[in-house]
Ligand binder design. Sequence first.
Ligand SMILES: [Zn+2]
Length: 478
Amino acid sequence: MSRRQIKTRAEDYSRWYQDVIAAADMAEHAPVRGCMIIKPWGYGIWERLQRELDDRFKETGHENAYFPLLVPKSLITKEEEHVEGFAPECAIVTHGGDKELEEPLYIRPTSEAIICSTYAKWINSWRDLPILINQWANVVRWEMRPRLFLRTLEFLWQEGHTAHETHDEAAEEVRRMLDVYADVAESVMAVPVIKGSKTASERFPGAIDTTCIEAMMQDGKALQAGTSHDLGQNFAKAYDIEFQGRDGEMQHAWSTSWGVSTRLIGAIIMTHGDDDGIVVPPMLAPQQAVVVPIFKGEEQAAEMCADAEAIVADLRAAGVRAKADTRDHLRPGAKFFEWEKKGVPVRVEYGARDKASGNAVIKRRDTGEKMIVPLTEVASTIAGLMTTIQAGMLAKARAWRDERTFVCDDYDDFKSRVGDGGFFHMRWCGEAACETRVKDDTKATIRCIPYEGDDDPGACTICGADATGIRPIFARAY
Ligand SMILES: [Zn+2]
């Protein structure tokens, strides 16, 4: 146990995860098991993440719209594979007011059904295409093993739904949005990811290709951080999205869907957190710097707090999100710990001695480094540090992942090591039987077949048959 009442990662990683969320005051469990109350510090991170994503969606030509939470049973059951995939985790409304409903209503587990059936009405001609729409919403999937942020019964997300004239255009859209996700993961969340395609057995129900970004958490487990699906014409056929083509013939549209959720906050915690709490990347921190004035007695308090507010004004003018912690019922040490647990990138300490010497003390959360800086340079130093810290966090996470990534040609070796975590690149023959065997033997799955990597031909590491193509990543996952 660390001094912050947080289990260390080495002691119990899963308990550490819960402890740091509580210590940072980000979220808590709700009365309904699996539901989550997102508190201001957690929601503030989500809001910034939303803005970064939303800006990029708009830059790539998308608009936001909103579709309803309740979906009639007759609609959701139209795409057979889709409903089969989601049925076990659907919540269904059977009563409205005090009357039993004639037709049960599904609470959306995802919105393909309602959106595709609406697109069928909007699309008549090739001139109506493409449709590029995103929705910010909540969805419900009945989750039996919930964990805050990572797996909750109700979660917040965005879901993009597009329809196109040709498969080429749809496939291009799928990759474009995967690239957007990878960019946000790396440049905003400082979480390195690998882009690739899922195998057939791990695909989104109803998709012809599911692409994903996969990240490695500090315990060596994989976390699927975002998915972008090529739905082919499956949903267009199920929901009658037909249009008159340039040749005058009626044809089905090609559709895509793509999404990321509040699970990304779990990825940030498990990529950057340490035994003292979470560490928030500067681009997502609701406050990037907190100034803590150190004072004794009321008279000194007024003076030091006024100075602290002046430092905050300088920081804001330099483009840094900052606040002064002027609370007088807490000792400075308690405030330091609190902001450390919340993962604020930089803390500024300012006491009587600093005032006399015209300096302030800056402490970085990511490295623990302390520096004494003249008051006139505090704002510019911290503004510069935001870029340094952001880049440093990504580099550290990438090095961590690369150290735990292995090329493996011996199945017994894999079996003995996969429990310690890590990404294992093994050759694979492409047969689902080998995937199943790995899962049964080790609980590991193919996380993705990366778009870039070794494609040295050879024997499938699992069964010995011929294996071609890029080596998939095998790992245990969240
Ligand atoms: Zn095989």
